[in-house]
Design a protein around this ligand. Structure first.
Ligand SMILES: *Cc1c(COP(=O)(O)O)cnc(C)c1O
Length: 392
């Protein structure tokens, strides 16, 4: 399962593991089976003794799922990857693999909401403590680390506030203290960022975003070295059971074939829209790491080869009515959660609050956009038309 780090991208996405398919099929078969049988007692016994390297039961390994995992490992420059049922399952399993009662974790404050919930509510019940850090400065990590710190959990950039962590520095610090690092790389995708090259131990993804890329599957990925991944397979994946099904793995492989075509298009659209919004009189500021005016632009350029389609901006107003007017005036950008598909989306941060609740100032006017792969002119026109309606 080891992979050559210099493999060209299309070799991974289009051909890896697909050269000797049954009946010379071009597209890999879907092994839609729950169990695998054995020609003898002895082979049956060997498989039971080492499920990690045998086909026994699809809750463990399945050939369609494994083929998808081999491609994902290559993409992330990892020795091995595990596909799981959702991004949340990926983060939970990776986190659980590093912690036991009495341990402590350092966590990036603005990480995915359900990860925050997992630390605040779930792990707290088992006596696992955590400290949140903004994450932009290495000094915060140094201060937050305790003797019992076993995990540093990163998400760079975060996906509402777009804060980056200095990955090499955090990885070096963690290694010097024997602490495991986990990063959520969903935003950048392996197309733009490979945290393992910076020394990060485990990479997780929500495959429901760009890896799926078509808003038609839910899935998650964990990637890392053989030792970590074998332990996760045996001690978290098998007992907890967040199994991806073979058809889901097949859809991910199908959708991955266009990753190298989709990502540059998301990048171009997002960068141009961010630039346009930054210069619009009704916009206060724009949060896109690849925008030269962004406060961590230099770090973004150093750690990433580009950016994906998701970014935020603040509307220049104090009124929720203006935010509603803008959001309701969009015709091409769809109002929805999530992102990473082909289509453009809008998510106003205020929508999480009841209309009668006080909304914190920094959330009231914060609007997150996902630039899909439509023609730029269409997206630009839709945003301009909606901005024109604000405050009139
Ligand atoms: C969506 C998302 C997740 C959770 O993934 P699911 O597939 O929805 O479980 C985790 N991290 C980030 C950054 C996400 O956007």
């Amino acid at each position: 399962m080891h992979t050559d780090l210099k493999t060209p991208l299309t070799e991974i996405l289009l051909h890896q593991g697909e050269r000797d398919l049954p009946f010379h099929a071009v597209s890999p078969p879907i092994f839609q089976t729950s169990i695998f049988c054995f020609p003898s007692y002895e082979e049956f016994r060997d498989a039971l003794a080492d499920e990690d390297s045998h086909y026994l039961y699809t809750r463990g390994n399945n050939p369609t799922v494994n083929l998808c995992e081999e491609k994902l490992a290559s993409l992330e420059h990892a020795q091995r990857a595990k596909l799981v049922s959702s991004g949340v399952a990926a983060s939970s399993l990776a986190i659980l693999s590093t912690l036991k009662s009495g341990d402590h974790a350092v966590v990036v404050r603005d990480c995915y909401t359900w990860v925050q919930y997992f630390f605040n509510t779930y792990l707290a019940k088992f006596g696992i403590e955590h400290t949140y850090v903004d994450g932009t400065d290495i000094a915060e990590f140094e201060e937050a680390i305790r003797d019992n710190t076993r995990l540093i959990y990163l998400e760079s950039p975060t996906t509402l506030t777009f804060k980056l962590q200095p990955l090499k520095m955090v990885a070096d610090l963690a290694r010097s203290k024997g602490i495991t690092t986990v990063i959520d790389n969903t935003w950048a995708t392996p197309y733009f960022q490979n945290p393992i090259d910076a020394g990060i131990d485990l990479v997780i993804h929500s495959a429901s975003k760009y890896i799926g890329g078509n808003s038609d599957i839910i899935g998650g990925v964990i990637a890392g070295d053989d030792a970590h991944m074998k332990a996760i397979f045996e001690h978290q994946f098998l007992p907890l059971g967040p199994v991806p099904d073979p058809f889901q793995a097949w859809l991910i492989m199908r959708n991955l074939r266009t990753l190298h075509l989709r990502m540059p298009q998301h990048y171009q659209n997002a960068l141009k829209l961010a630039t346009m919004l930054e210069n619009h009189p009704k916009v206060e500021d724009v949060l896109y790491p690849l925008l030269p005016s962004f406060n961590q632009y230099e770090l973004a350029k150093e750690q990433m080869r580009g950016g994906s389609g998701l970014f935020s901006f603040h509307l220049k107003t104090d009124r929720l009515e203006d935010v509603k007017q803008f959001v309701n005036s969009l015709t091409l950008f769809k109002r929805a959660v999530s992102w990473g598909g082909y289509e453009s989306l809008v998510f106003p941060a205020a929508v999480k609050y009841a209309d009668t609740a006080p909304i914190p100032r920094d959330r009231l006017t914060l609007v997150r956009l996902h630039a899909g792969i439509e023609e730029f002119d269409l997206l630009q026109a839709d945003l301009n038309r909606a901005l024109d309606k604000v405050g009139v």
